[in-house]
Write a protein that binds this ligand. Structure first.
Ligand code: TYM
Length: 330
């Protein structure tokens, strides 16, 4: 049976990249797949998190999933730390993942920065925990943004290695699903950098909770170039190309169609219309998030129910893995 698994970190500043690269696609896919969506709090703590903020952001991300249109009745929504299968399977997989594979992970290099010796062991092992997330559900498909591609390749390698070592097809190899016109949304300030939660400039991203004036301001200030006209040339005009992709994704069209529509217009026209589009699509999500956040007990109930359903899927898989390895359960 086809099952999707995906997740996001509750580290605040959920932005347009997270929405277009991931969450919006989950909303569509929930109609055709059994769906499991996780708030990956164990991944969040691979770098320091303030305890109170972490709790708030975990609820906020849950609210964002639901506000974006994920149905908690149809889908399983839960936070990772509530289901111990994730950390248990991560350990088991740690023991059969060569360090050399982890040394190739570009995200670790980016996140650890210059002083790599000071990065946590958790940050280094992050991709194995991600593999455990996916494999604990025997997920067949994983909808993510382009930046997670390398982690998914590693997940497949780990699953394959496990099956080969124990000469048994226990863990299915999941397929990445990288969908839509904006699979890699770039910073509004620098078209060569990814839009990210951790960018020190809030002007680099559009947050899901930004109001109309803020979105308009950010787009007005978004970097473009001095060339007149609208053309899609990602190499030569990265900032313009990024805004065209965002436009296309929000409007459910292709970049070619957007370019054709604005062929003779100045780029400011695109920015103005993009503001309207972003407000139209994100505004209702922010409002619904606010409404949901007013009742944290209800969010906790949804998460608790989700965790029960998640355990029912993941625990037997981890038991099967344990048994395959030869770990005694007296
Ligand atoms: P995270 O929290 O960084 O991002 C959540 C999702 O948003 C996508 N994304 C983007 N897409 C397009 N453009 C961008 N600028 C952009 N920034 C983020 C990400 O690709 C992701 O799909 N490691 C994951 C979380 C995770 C996970 C998993 C995902 C943990 N376990 C298992 C899938 C399956 C992460 O840090 O996502």
């Amino acid at each position: 049976m086809a099952r999707i698994f995906s997740g996001a970190q509750p580290t605040g500043n959920l932005h347009l990249g997270n929405y277009l690269g991931a969450i919006r696609n989950w909303v569509t896919l929930q109609d055709s797949y059994e769906s499991v969506f996780c708030i990956v709090d164990l991944h969040a703590i691979t770098v320091w998190q303030d305890p109170k903020a972490l709790i708030r952001q975990t609820r906020e991300l849950t609210a964002a999933y639901i506000a974006a249109g994920i149905d908690p009745e149809r889908c399983v929504i839960f936070n990772q730390s509530a289901v111990t299968a994730h950390s248990e399977l991560a350990w088991l997989l740690n023991c059969m993942t060569p360090i050399g594979w982890l040394n190739r992970m570009t995200q670790f290099k980016e996140k650890a920065g210059k002083d790599r010796e000071k990065a946590s062991l958790g940050l280094y092992a992050y991709p194995v925990l991600m593999a455990a997330d996916i494999l604990a559900y025997k997920a067949t498909h994983v909808p993510v943004g382009e930046d997670q591609k390398q982690h998914l390749e590693l997940t497949r390698d780990i699953a394959q290695r496990f099956n080969q070592l124990y000469e048994k097809d226990v863990l299915p190899l999941p397929e990445p699903m990288i969908l839509g016109a904006a699979t890699r949304v770039m910073s509004l300030r620098d078209g060569t950098k990814k839009m990210s939660k951790s960018d020190p400039s809030d002007y680099a991203r559009i947050n899901l909770t930004d109001d109309r004036d803020t979105i308009a301001q950010k787009l007005k200030k978004a970097r473009t170039d001095s060339e007149p006209g609208v053309t899609y040339e990602p190499e030569r005009r990265p900032e313009v190309a990024n805004l065209i992709r965002i436009y296309a994704a929000l409007d459910g069209r292709t970049t070619d169609q957007v370019v054709a529509d604005y062929a003779d217009a100045p780029f400011t026209t695109v920015k103005t219309r993009l503001t309207d589009l972003a407000v139209e699509k994100l505004g209702p999500i922010a409002e619904e998030m606010k409404r949901l956040m007013a009742d944290p007990a209800e969010i906790d109930r949804i998460l608790a129910k989700g965790a029960d359903r998640a355990r029912a899927i993941a625990d037997p898989v981890v038991a099967e893995v344990r048994e395959t390895i030869g770990l005694l359960r007296p």
